[in-house]
Design a binder for this molecule. Structure first.
Ligand code: DGJ
Length: 731
């Protein structure tokens, strides 16, 4: 159910679905106040008015008869810069005379069925959603309109964005424009965020909000390993299963900022948008600017409740194309097996082994193009490396097809090596400030994807490879962040647009590519999970979660990633031991149980493993195929957090609650350890479920009383897997 109720008398807008209500009111002087967000309300009559009190040093309106009303304290849907609200601002626009003060007041509203698309930007879609557009007009600049867009979805979320239209005669410059502002009347929340680093992405952090400003941001031109564009506000008592939580994610792959300001009266203001340090935009008369959008989820059923909505919204209303609902193939990637050291013979051997084991897709990673023998050369030269692959790709692909192994290929389209034909021919195609040194990172430069000619050249190169070969999968990598961001040839007044234009250029490229090659499965990657965001998922339905393939490290990474991203979007591979990133040795069983909890694959030398290992791998593949639908499209629940203890557990429940699969991981062994009872979630209370070894339980028994994990198995880094099926005929 979704409704937008408008009370013309009290000027109240009430957006409502089965899990939340969101209420807005137009107040005196045309300020749009935030009234309520939380559990669904039957109706909102508006008895709770924001107290009118004289707050010193909080400015009043010029014509006001008293000092009781100030925009500096009122919870508002959006705040204008410089006109008396001293908290974080949502919008700042500079005029030709140098002023950047704005003063937006309510003008009108519009209701729409469905959710309008955002042109050129990734976005959620649904015919079932309903949309409210609140239009504000600046008091001075005649014709400057700010539209606040709210779309409420039956799946449980609200998606917000902002659009600004300049119908004035003046050329203006937007200095800041957020996608969302949300004012809470109290700041009694803890913040959950996902900071990290390369090979250590998305480490769940929970902290109280203190007075002043807390910022989550990326300055890297990419959503980044260092901070994911996600934040959640939780009450102190909220945990995985109960309590209130608000979750937010910006649908954007570039630099961003989340600002949490606990202000003087302990109210909380949240602003989310593109990173303002790296943004300005010239707005010509009759032009408009649309921000990326933010998804906002409310749940009173803890973090698992929040994740369920994020997952459903992503799976049903964001992912697109052939693989939206389709089971993803089990793949083997040659990166950790060979790195740059391969030739056709070696690849064919890997393909042979893959075929024998029932692996469905082989991915040829970095090193197949130009004269690439290491990471210092040839990016940009997207032609076959004839030294390594004298017969091109065709023969290898045919070799795979005979063994029912499809073929996938790695690209890093946004980058160029100094040692490449492309750079030698077009040094001006790189992001750079004239006369300044360019920073190196992995010895490569960033191509200026804000330029159409650059994109067209790379597109054409990829198009040749993809149309001349039977390629079923593409891994799109990005192995450095953006520095010296300046576009050669762009006017100085427009240089501040380069960051955002880069991202728009990337999206434009991806839209074209995925439309032209609809059968290809695309996986995005940025040195692992450096660009794991909802923006990229709109174009590519899976992301390589991390370059860290160690099973123990992956527990935390995958656990925290699942806060908002569905497990079907998380690439997870079994690699060799000692692990290449941590040197840790874990069992093949545990590596399997971790990797199977995502979009499953292998990343090791299948020609160099023992007979016993091959046998085990073959069993893993059979098992995964048997349960793939449940794992990739079931409901995911986190049960035990690796951030809180030595063990970890999660589970998958089929949509009809007829089966579930539970994974339990124990990191370090302990002598005389207490018994561990595992309690499940998401089952039908009255159904009876049976596990071959453990026996039968009612759903409520499994959820409230639980079962003991193994007391026989011993040793570090071990895991267990339990499959339960509803016993038909019984209750
Ligand atoms: C970084 C990726 O995350 C790896 O999986 C691999 O593709 C390398 N790049 C190749 O350079």
């Amino acid at each position: 159910m979704v409704e937008i109720l408008v009370n013309q008398q009290s000027n109240i807008f009430h957006l409502k679905n089965d899990t939340m209500s969101y209420v807005i009111k137009v107040e005196e002087q045309g300020l749009v106040s935030h009234q309520y967000v939380g559990s669904p309300l039957v109706s909102y009559e508006g008895g709770r008015n924001y107290p009118r009190v004289d707050r010193s040093f909080s400015p009043n309106f010029y014509a006001a008869e008293n000092r009781l009303y100030s925009r500096d304290t009122l919870p508002q849907e959006f705040s204008s810069y410089g006109s008396g609200d001293f908290r974080t601002t949502g919008v700042k626009v500079k005029q030709a005379n140098g002023s950047n003060v704005v003063d937006f007041r309510f003008d009108s509203y519009e209701l729409l069925d469905g959710k309008p698309p955002l042109e050129g930007l990734p976005h959620f879609y649904s015919d079932q959603a309903k949309t409210l557009i609140i239009k504000l007009k600046d008091r001075l600049i005649n014709g400057l309109t700010l539209c606040l867009l709210y779309s409420i979805f039956p799946e449980g979320a609200i998606v917000r964005s902002t659009k600004i239209l300049n119908n004035s005669q003046e050329c203006l410059t937007i200095e800041k424009i957020d996608s969302l502002q949300l004012d809470f009347v109290d700041a009694d929340y803890e913040l959950v965020s996902l900071p990290g680093a390369w090979a250590n992405e998305r480490q769940l952090k929970r902290e109280p909000l203190e007075s002043g400003i807390k910022m989550l941001r990326s300055e890297r031109g990419s959503s980044s390993h260092q901070q994911n564009p996600f934040g959640a506000l939780l009450r102190k008592e909220t945990n995985e299963f109960q309590g209130e939580v608000f979750g937010f994610s910006l649908v954007y792959s570039g630099s961003f900022q989340f600002t949490f300001e606990k202000e003087q009266y302990d109210q909380l203001r949240l602003n989310i948008g593109m990173n303002e340090q790296q943004f300005s935009w010239e707005l010509q008369p009759n032009a408009s600017f649309q921000t990326p959008e933010v998804i906002m989820v409310y749940s009173d059923q803890g973090l698992n409740g929040m994740s369920a909505v994020f997952h459903q919204m992503t799976k049903d209303c964001l992912l697109r194309g052939k693989y939206k609902k389709k089971e993803r193939p089990i793949l083997v990637n040659n990166w950790e097996a060979t790195y740059f050291d391969f030739d056709e013979g070696a690849i064919n051997q890997l393909i042979d082994e893959a075929g024998d084991l029932g692996i469905e897709l082989f991915v040829l990673d970095d090193g197949w193009f130009g004269k690439r023998e290491d990471d210092r050369t040839s990016l940009g030269d997207w032609e076959i490396n004839e030294q390594k692959l004298p017969n091109g790709l065709t023969k290898m692909i045919a070799h795979g097809a005979e063994r029912k192994v499809a073929f996938g290929l790695w690209f890093e389209p946004e980058m160029v090596s100094e040692d490449s034909h492309l750079f030698r021919n077009h040094p001006e195609w790189v992001l750079q400030v004239p006369g300044r040194e360019k920073s190196r990172s992995r010895d490569q430069f960033v191509l200026d994807f804000s330029r159409k000619d650059v994109r067209e050249h790379i597109y054409q190169k990829m198009q040749v490879i993809l149309s001349q070969n039977e390629i079923s999968y593409v891994k799109w990598d990005m192995n450095r962040h953006l520095s010296e961001v300046y576009s050669v040839g762009r006017l100085s007044a427009n240089q501040g647009e380069t960051h955002h234009r880069y991202v728009l250029g990337l999206y434009d490229f991806l839209e074209k590519l995925t439309t032209e090659f609809p059968k290809v499965l695309f996986e995005s990657c940025s040195g692992g999970g450096g660009r794991f965001d909802l923006g990229m998922l709109y174009y590519m339905p899976q992301t390589w979660t991390s370059d860290n393939t160690d099973a123990v490290a992956r527990l935390k990474i995958q656990y925290a990633t699942s806060l908002l991203y569905p497990t079907v979007t998380m690439g997870a591979h079994i690699s060799d031991v000692p692990n290449h990133q941590t040197q840790r040795i874990t069992s093949l069983e545990m590596r399997g149980h971790v990797a199977m909890s995502g979009t499953f694959g292998y990343e090791l030398d299948l020609t160099a493993i023992s007979k016993e290992e091959k046998q085990e791998i073959s069993q893993q593949i059979t098992f995964y195929k048997q349960h793939r639908q449940l794992i990739q499209y079931g409901q995911f629940y986190r049960l035990l957090s690796p951030f809180e203890g030595n063990d970890c557990a999660w589970m998958f429940v089929s949509p009809d609650q007829s089966q579930c699969l539970v994974f339990y991981y124990n990191v370090l062994e302990r002598a005389s350890a207490p018994f561990r009872i595992l309690k499940l979630a998401g089952l039908s209370e009255s159904a009876v479920y049976t596990n071959q070894e453990l026996g039968s339980f009612s759903g409520s028994e499994l959820m409230c009383s639980g079962f003991y994990t193994s007391v026989i198995k011993k040793g570090d880094f071990r895991s267990e897997c339990y499959y339960f099926e509803r016993s038909e005929g019984k209750r």
